[in-house]
Design a protein. Structure first.
Length: 271
């Protein structure tokens, strides 16, 4: 079966809107008929919780999958996938043991940067996903290096604040280091998030990022919207919880841009 397009949402700055971006991309792609596998690479489990999967993951989780890649003679990555209540969406959830994964990967002797790649390859042998969407943890460690090595595109959300902009340098340096191993890795784009144009600091932040990165920035920006927090509280993806909210519609517009970047066709959205 064909390898899916792997999108990774990443930023080591907390509060950047990374998990909201990943969760919304998953639903927006699924709405267009694409089959999507979401993978939660953060031990905080925010993305898993958003999809109502808080109680899942004791046996089927990303930590267990990566640990089993070399341990099991007949490893089958599809066995770690959890079905969701959302059409076209499956998941590999996070687990509290993910905190141990950095050390575990560091201690592996051979190809320790390719364990996530091996997981994706195994899944592709039996499952036909159009996209894999990763949420990542807010560190620039071995696990995220693994995820970047397995990815096709990195999408970077940036909070419209002085601290948010200040953190871009580190994540871009991490990307450059990873791209030496994964020659096909590209920056899909930078997303300005939590935008409130009534504040001058937001306008200043946007201009700074545009001056630095120009065409790499998506046209669509994600506004500050209380619907995002409400959906998180109710443990439901924004696009199904508040489908007509401003942020939900912005994420749909952003997804159209993402599809253009990765060379996929936009489909008719079935609401």
């Amino acid at each position: 079966m064909a390898k899916p397009t792997v999108l990774t949402c990443a930023n080591h700055k907390g509060g950047s809107g990374k998990s909201s971006l990943a969760g919304s991309l998953i639903i927006a792609l699924a709405e267009q008929g694409y089959r999507v596998l979401g993978i939660d690479g953060d031990m905080q489990r925010n993305l898993s919780t958003t999809y109502g999967l808080r109680e899942f993951g004791k046996e089927k989780n990303l930590y267990r999958a990566i640990e089993d890649v070399d341990e099991l003679e007949n490893f089958n990555g599809a066995e770690y996938i959890v079905k969701t209540d959302y059409e076209n969406v499956d998941f590999i959830v996070s687990h509290e043991d993910m905190a141990l994964l950095e050390t575990s990967l560091m201690l592996k002797m051979a190809e320790r940067e390719k364990y996530v790649s091996k997981l994706i390859e195994s899944i592709s042998e039996t499952e036909n996903y159009d996209f894999v969407v990763f949420d990542t943890n807010p560190t620039l460690g071995v696990l995220n290096f693994n995820i970047f090595v397995a990815s096709d595109y990195v999408i970077i959300p940036v909070e419209c604040s002085a601290y948010g902009v200040d953190g871009l340098g580190a994540i871009l340096k991490f990307y450059k280091n990873t791209s030496r191993v994964n020659k096909n890795l590209k920056i899909g784009g930078i997303v300005m998030s939590k935008v409130d144009l009534r504040k001058s600091i937001a306008k200043d932040a946007i201009e700074v990022v545009k001056d630095m990165f120009g065409d790499v920035i998506f046209d669509t920006m994600i506004s500050t919207d209380t619907s995002v927090e409400k959906s998180q509280w109710d443990e439901e993806p924004l696009l199904t919880h508040s489908p007509d909210s401003r942020a939900a519609n912005q994420y749909r517009e952003l997804t159209k841009e993402v599809l253009s970047v990765v060379g996929k066709k936009e489909r008719i959205v079935q609401k």
